[in-house]
Design a protein around this ligand. Structure first.
Ligand code: CA
Length: 231
């Protein structure tokens, strides 16, 4: 039985996956790492579980039975929440959809995957989302955007701009390297981590989101054949 009131929202993770063997495997590895796991077998149940348990992170399989597929669930969550999201994909063309739809997922993993890899990615995302820097960092002013690294807050003028975890990390990376033409590979290494295996288009997707959210105050130039430079 699912308790009506969650005991705690500390380090809980909701796994939305209809394949029980995969869900159980993830459940086992995540619990071993100290997370409390709530499983949901379809999208609607997943959304309910997220609102009930206020998890630190959500893992969503794209192929789900019922009215809502994983992309729908991601979109709905993102419309009202910055909770980190990892998508599970079964095929390459699903990756294209995840990237193309700009759903705001923080990461994606292609099946078959190693549970250890997922746990490592979960920890990396949560470290970035939660870990307060030991020394308070300065507020970086870049163009019309100020980036407060300690508070993990981006502002345009006086207005705080809500960014997903990875979007903020990317903005911070640009802000810490002003005036430099950064290749997509450099950006992936710097923001996603050197071990991250994935498509360089991921950078473009997140850049589009930043541009959309920060508007003209964000002086990010596209350097053709290379990548991006923040002026
Ligand atoms: Ca599935």
């Amino acid at each position: 039985m699912t308790p009506l009131i969650a005991m705690t929202s500390e380090s809980s993770i909701v796994v939305v996956e209809d394949d029980a063997s995969i869900a159980d495997l993830l459940d086992m590895y995540l619990r071993q790492s100290g997370f409390r796991v709530y499983q949901a077998l379809d999208g609607a149940t997943g959304l309910t579980a997220v609102s009930r348990h206020d998890p630190k992170l959500v893992i969503i399989d794209i192929g789900l039975p019922g009215d809502l597929d994983g992309l729908d669930v991601c979109r709905r969550l993102r419309s009202g929440s910055d909770v980190p999201i990892i998508m599970l994909t079964a095929r390459d063309n699903e990756i294209d959809r995840v990237l193309g739809l700009e759903l705001g997922a923080d990461d994606y993993v292609t099946k078959p995957f190693s549970p250890r890899e997922i746990v490592a990615r979960v920890k990396a995302i949560l470290r970035r989302a939660e870990g307060p820097p030991k020394d308070p960092s300065p507020v970086l002013e870049r163009g019309g955007v100020s980036v407060d690294l300690a508070r993990r807050e981006a502002r345009v003028g006086d207005a705080v701009v809500a960014l997903a975890t990875r979007e903020f990390d990317l903005l911070a990376y640009f802000a810490e390297n002003p005036g430099l033409a950064l290749s997509r590979r450099q950006i992936l290494d710097g923001v996603w981590g050197a071990g991250w295996v994935g498509d360089e288009r991921t950078v473009d997707v997140h850049v589009r989101q930043l541009r959309k959210k920060l508007g003209d105050s964000f002086n990010l130039a596209t350097v053709w054949g290379v990548g991006y430079r923040l002026d």
